[in-house]
Design a protein around this ligand. Structure first.
Ligand code: AMP
Length: 382
């Protein structure tokens, strides 16, 4: 009781304030309620996936009054989207007892592809060749130094393949410069990868670490479409864990961190990191002893982490554009549906389905079946 009263002044210790009210935040709340945690969201819209399950403040992510209110009513602040304002959040929480987890330094590094690459370099995590591009001349220098093909990306605000263009010729480069040149850019070498994987780990307040098995990911047009996990490759997993451990320790990280890698010739090349729960970890809700969402909220709330042991062989398919008819989907054995409650819109992630099977063979068959019925155009991707 006394703790409750204290909490009312300093922000309830069991309330996690989350900047961003998308599906990631919603799944954090759904994972945290059984632990007795409470959630308060801030988003620009009142009609978000998170607002359907938790109280939500409506305001700009940079609004000092809104951020101050979130800080006042929360014991800890986290976020479900990385394109929020670091200076605004820093200002709103400076001098207050409220923590921000993951730390703002991790958010700042992940928001700018150049800082992220420099961090990878500093920690000896292999990444693509890259160059900052702030002028047409710098772009041509980058093409000369790094070569073709390559990918030109906006340094900030890129996600789901947005804000990037593949450059195969000098003419492509000029067209991309016309389209994107108004903002700071990064040019990187195109990696003809064999496949893509991600590694997700959690770090607790006391430095405790927990790693999920590797996930194998299939993207289409820059958007994650399918994940299969665990992806068994002992050498790759060892290397990925080494890289994540380096990041988590260097950043004095608290929460879940995901890193996406290209795999080429049996080696990892880091593409990018996400200082948050990640789409390629959605399979952990049914496919692991403790989901990434639960481990994230456990970590930020200062609780011990849960086991990350897989519970079979999981496959996840993102639902893009609109949630398909539910009955035929749910009639399939082992299928779990997550509908984010979003309005349908082309290209929008509106839900996902997960299958958990006894063997990887059975899982792959299930994934093929799902893709054939939901997205026949993608069935060749696996
Ligand atoms: P990103 O937004 O950087 O994660 O890119 C989205 C997807 O685009 C990646 O998962 C890859 O499938 C593809 N991609 C991005 N950068 C490269 C690259 N340098 N070489 C090859 N494919 C890339």
């Amino acid at each position: 009781m006394s703790q409750r009263r204290r909490g009312a002044r300093a922000g309830a210790p069991s309330t996690i304030g989350i900047v961003g009210g998308g599906q990631l935040g919603r799944m954090m709340a759904l994972a945290g309620y059984p632990l007795g945690l409470d959630f308060l969201f801030l988003d620009r819209s009142g009609d978000t996936p998170a607002a359907q399950v938790a109280t939500s403040l409506v305001g700009e992510f940079t609004d000092p009054a809104m951020l101050a209110e979130l800080a006042r009513r929360s014991g800890v602040i986290s976020f479900d989207w990385e394109n929020i304002s670091v200076p605004a959040l820093r200002k709103a929480t400076r001098g207050s007892a409220v923590r921000v987890s993951p730390p703002l330094r991790a958010l700042a590094a992940a928001q700018d592809r150049l800082s992220e690459k420099r961090l990878f370099d500093r920690l000896r995590i292999p990444t693509t060749h890259y160059a900052a591009v702030n002028s047409r001349a710098a772009l041509h220098r980058a093409l000369r130094d790094i070569g073709l093909p390559g990918v030109l990306k906006t340094r900030r605000m890129g996600y789901d393949g947005k804000g990037q263009a593949v450059i195969r010729t000098a003419a492509d480069a000029d067209a991309a410069w016309q389209a994107m040149g108004a903002v700071p850019l990064l040019y990187e070498g195109f990696i003809p990868f064999d496949y893509e994987v991600s590694c997700i780990a959690a770090r607790g307040r006391d430095g405790e670490l927990a790693f999920y098995p590797l996930s194998r990911n299939v993207h289409h047009a820059g958007i994650l479409r399918v994940t299969a996990a665990p992806w068994h490759d002992v050498a790759l997993e060892r290397a990925a864990r080494r890289h994540l451990r380096a990041l988590l320790t260097a950043l004095d990280y608290v929460g879940v961190l995901a890193v996406e890698f290209f795999v080429r010739g049996g080696r990892l090349v880091a593409n990018e990191m996400a200082p948050r729960v990640h789409n390629s970890g959605h399979w952990t809700i049914e496919g692991a002893a403790t989901s990434q969402f639960e481990n994230h909220v456990r970590a930020v709330a200062g609780l011990p982490l849960g086991a990350t042991t897989p519970r079979g062989h999981a496959g996840m398919v993102n639902l893009i554009g609109a949630v398909p008819e539910k009955s035929p989907l749910l009639a399939l054995p082992d299928v779990h549906l997550h509908d984010y409650g979003k309005e349908p819109r082309p290209g929008r992630k509106v839900g996902h389905v997960t299958v958990v099977c006894a063997s990887s063979k059975e899982r792959d068959q299930q994934l093929h079946r799902l893709l054939k019925s939901l997205y026949p155009e993608l069935s060749g991707l696996l």
